[in-house]
Design a binder for this molecule. Structure first.
Ligand code: ASP
Length: 715
């Protein structure tokens, strides 16, 4: 995080010279916070000169180093609104004060009270010094020690022999005086003393806090009272409001009106609402250089921010974004509108129908998966059919004792069967075994879902007007160079890309910076014109895009928001009105006034482009694996079930072969699988002669191992 940089300017006045010249120089340097170290009797003169050179506004803060500020008559500065404060060492509430004043003659007491000289720091310190001396002597006497006071001359080098002892004793003493508790550290300096912080208000100097060596500064001022005072002071003020012409925030009316009536817009209404709440008057003005505010390499600001710093305006309002850098130069109220950077682009033209647009309803990924599933299921069905003993049939039904068995699921037949079902046509090949029926069933279910989804989406594709935009996001913009893109110059959007550490935005900044002709546009209006011409995307704040898109149906917003920020009202640094303005904004927000103003200035009374956009956005999108992945999974599960069934079928059939004629189960399984995979024709010999009843007409199912028993024959 960058450190907030503070510049300190030290100026010394020439003795005997008046302060005006010096104060003018300070004013020109833009200094608003001053620590003033002048003799107490010169404080009034200094402040008067400051007033004369316009250095006494509500944005100026003076801290007077003299500890006797409370003895100076500051009445003439009480109502100017300038923050004047200083420390006081003398504790006027101390009981010692009463004792001191009692000891004076009535006339002297009156005079001292009038001139406030009784509480002068110097006098109080003298009083306390003597008190301390007296207390020390008392202590020493009480201990029974004698102190001699020989005549000591300052001209000789002969010291007072007991002086060192006396001073050391004094340092150990703690007592109370007119300046609070009197106590010393080991070096002989006052320790643990308290300084009272006084602040000038409309009622004179007020105790606003304390400073001491233990706690440091602690402010105890009455905030609500200060708040009320600021509110009261606003009532008589006419605030200058600077702004930049950019509809719908602020713009000039077409009529030849005068004064504030020349301006219209969301922000004009906002200031009007706030002024009604707080009771101040205002005067709108246009920022002279037509910029928001940007700091150059020498740390100088331009635009509205500069006008605030230079005291040309009391408020800056408009689509002025609150940024960290600006916040370090001026103060911002809480945001009255939230937004983010987005992309303004020309709406794409209608897509020319493609020759192969019938492929669009499904994504490429799904097409690849479908072809794979088709080939996979065909092969699987082929193997299962060869493996299952119930798919081997007598090729000549009239011959009860055939030599070979035949399988209808040849490779070609199987492919024909799966294609037939995929295209919802069917074919003459029909599964006989339980296992092949399961495979077929799940394949039919799969094709039913896929074909229905395809048909439904194809209909959507053909009816919806599909628009193709070459860019869909900031990443797309960053990746290409054929479409130019830019942003407003001297604004927070430009600053965002310049300062960003995110690689995409960095790349975009490098592109924008090096683009010729420049892609930094002077105003949103010019930017819109450029976007309309085509091949140019403009990075703009979302609320402005919303307004423009509503009125220009050939433009649209691309993607979401790249960041999140807000517009606030800016005030000069240290403005006492900031908190009041913020709380009024909050109030307007809660009462729905801000929302109502937004509606008023954003809604287009004529044609509404948003509706058009919605009807177009109904366009269909291709089905991805996310949409139909479940059907593929189901197909896979079905195939697994078929695997189990075919093995059971095989075992069931094998059970009928005499035990001495068969190999172990695993071996039989392996042999049969090998046979199934080897694809050696669609016939196979029978291992043993079947025993058939005489009236059997056909052999429908043979065991793959060639045994035909009476149960295998269906009459
Ligand atoms: N609202 C912006 C600003 O305050 C202008 C922009 O950069 O879009 O600087």
């Amino acid at each position: 995080m960058r450190e907030k940089q503070r510049k300190v300017l030290v100026k010394q006045s020439v003795p005997g010279q008046e302060y005006r010249k010096l104060l003018k120089e300070i004013g020109k340097a833009g200094v608003k916070n001053l620590i003033v170290d002048v003799p107490t009797e010169k404080i009034t003169q200094f402040l008067r000169h400051a007033k004369e050179v316009d250095m006494m506004s509500e944005y100026h803060n003076y801290f007077i180093t003299s500890l006797d500020l409370h003895t100076v008559d500051l009445e003439e500065f009480q109502y100017v609104g300038t923050n004047i404060s200083g420390f006081q060492l003398v504790d006027e509430t101390a009981p010692e004060f009463e004792d001191v004043l009692h000891g004076l003659s009535t006339g002297l007491e009156q005079r001292m009270k009038r001139e406030k000289s009784y509480s002068k720091t110097e006098l109080a310190l003298m009083h306390d010094a003597i008190k301390l001396l007296a207390v020390t002597l008392q202590h020493i006497n009480r201990r029974g020690q004698d102190i001699d006071f020989p005549v000591v001359s300052c001209e000789t080098e002969q010291p007072w022999p007991q002086g060192h002892y006396f001073v050391s004793y004094m340092r150990m003493i703690t007592t109370r005086g007119l300046t609070g508790e009197i106590k010393f550290d080991k070096y002989g300096f006052r320790s643990d003393f308290n300084l009272k912080l006084n602040e000038l208000t409309q009622e004179g100097l007020r105790h606003a806090g304390d400073w001491n060596t233990v706690m440091g500064i602690s402010i105890t001022g009455n905030m609500s009272k200060a708040f009320a005072e600021v509110k009261a002071s606003l009532k008589n003020r006419t605030l200058t409001v600077t702004s930049l012409m950019n509809p719908p925030y602020v713009s000039l009316t077409e009529d030849t009106l005068k004064g504030n009536d020349r301006y219209q817009g969301y922000c004009v209404d906002l200031i009007e609402e706030i002024s009604k709440e707080l009771g101040f008057k205002y005067k709108f003005r246009e920022v002279s250089d037509h910029t928001y505010g940007k700091k150059n390499q020498w740390g100088e600001w331009n635009g509205m921010i500069q006008e605030l710093i230079e005291g040309k305006a009391d408020l800056a309002v408009g689509d002025l974004t609150v940024t960290y850098e600006r916040e370090s130069a001026v103060d911002f109220t809480m945001p009255f509108m939230n937004l983010g950077i987005s992309i303004l682009f020309k709406k794409p033209t209608k897509k020319i129908p493609m020759l192969f647009s019938f492929l669009s309803p499904l994504s490429l990924e799904v097409w690849v998966y479908m072809v794979t599933a088709f080939l996979g299921v065909s092969l699987f069905l082929f193997i299962v059919a060869r493996f299952s003993p119930y798919e081997w049939t007598n090729p000549h039904p009239c011959d009860p004792n055939p030599d070979t068995l035949e399988n209808q699921f040849t490779l070609l037949n199987t492919l024909w069967f799966t294609v037939g079902s995929l295209l919802m046509q069917g074919c003459e090949v029909n599964p006989r075994a339980m296992s092949t029926r399961v495979v077929s069933g799940i394949w039919w279910f799969f094709t039913l879902i896929m074909v229905s989804s395809y048909t439904a989406n194809l209909a959507a594709f053909l009816t919806a007007q599909r628009l193709s935009s070459p860019i869909e996001s900031a990443e797309d913009l960053a990746k290409q160079t054929s479409i130019q893109y830019g942003c407003l110059q001297s604004g927070s959007t430009q600053e965002f890309f310049k300062e960003s550490d995110i690689s995409t935005f960095k790349r975009m900044w490098n592109f924008m910076e090096s683009a010729r002709p420049s892609v930094f546009v002077e105003s949103n209006f010019k930017a819109v014109e450029r976007v309309k011409k085509g091949n140019f995307a403009f990075l703009m704040e979302s609320t402005s895009i919303e307004y423009i898109v509503e009125r220009n149906c050939d433009l649209m917003q691309i993607g979401g928001l790249l960041d999140s920020k807000g517009y606030g009202i800016a005030t000069p640094p240290g403005s006492p009105y900031r908190t009041l303005l913020s709380s009024t904004i909050l109030k307007l927000q809660e009462s729905g006034t801000l929302q109502m103003l937004k509606q008023r200035w954003w809604k287009n009374k004529g044609k509404n482009c948003t509706l058009e956009v919605t009807s177009q956005s109904v366009s269909a999108s291709e089905l991805g694996l996310d949409n139909v992945g479940g059907v593929f999974l189901l197909l896979f599960i079905g195939l697994c079930v078929a695997c189990v069934i075919v093995i059971l079928e095989f075992i069931w059939k094998l059970r009928r072969v005499p035990i001495e004629e068969r190999e172990p189960l695993c071996l039989e399984l392996c042999n049969e699988l090998k046979f199934a995979i080897m694809c050696k024709g669609d016939t196979k010999p029978i291992r043993n002669e079947p025993v058939l009843p005489s009236n059997n007409l056909s052999l429908i199912q043979f065991s793959s191992i060639g045994n035909i028993d009476s149960k295998d024959v269906v009459s």
